[in-house]
Design a protein around this ligand. Structure first.
Ligand code: GDP
Length: 170
């Protein structure tokens, strides 16, 4: 039995690596061939969080590409204690969309724990945004920035640990 459990939604445009991130964190695997599930889907993971000095049960919800359907998104957002706003290093539209994702989270959940995630940093030589632009965006949104590579499992655990800590403080 766990004292702490937190529902985390992972948001961002299609293709930024949301499903891969959830699977990476929950199971430690990475696959290019992951097939999207249809409908509501979530994975669970118990993880010791250093900053809290205790184990937290994470319930990770994947929007599974169903972002456009309001009836479904309501279910995704309900009860969420934290959110990851993700974009891809190689997808400018996904970067431009982050403000909209933050607004959506605030509208659905209020001011919950959030952070900004730049994924696919292994593809930095194909970057469509500069580090300065990304840092300016994080400042403007008032969110802590994490740079991740889900493919090589860089910084993924840190993102969820930070969200658990921030959620605890709120
Ligand atoms: P979603 O639509 O946001 O859920 O994105 P997916 O998890 O389906 O990932 C989209 C594509 O990006 C897949 O081919 C993943 O294998 C790939 N991908 C995810 N994370 C990374 C990463 O850190 N680096 C690279 N190079 N590819 C990634």
């Amino acid at each position: 039995d766990f004292d702490r459990e937190i529902k985390v939604v992972v948001l961002g445009n299609g293709g930024v690596g949301k499903t891969s991130m959830i699977r990476r964190f929950c199971k430690g695997i990475f696959t290019d061939e992951y097939k999207k599930t249809i409908g509501v889907d979530f994975l669970e993971k118990a993880q010791f969080v250093d900053a809290l000095q205790e184990e937290v049960r994470f319930m990770l919800w994947d929007t599974a590409g169903q972002e456009e359907f309001d009836a479904i998104t309501r279910t995704y957002y309900r009860g969420a204690g934290a959110a990851v706003i993700a974009f891809s290093t190689t997808d400018l539209e996904s970067f431009k969309a982050v403000q909209g994702w933050k607004d959506k989270i605030i509208a659905e959940c209020g001011d919950i724990a959030m952070c900004l995630v730049q994924n696919k940093v292994d593809l930095i030589d194909q970057a469509v945004v500069t580090p300065e632009e990304v840092e300016a965006m994080a400042r403007q949104l008032g969110l802590k920035l994490y740079r991740t590579c889900v493919k090589e499992n860089i910084n993924v655990t840190e993102v969820f640990g930070y969200l658990a800590e921030l959620h605890h403080k709120k």
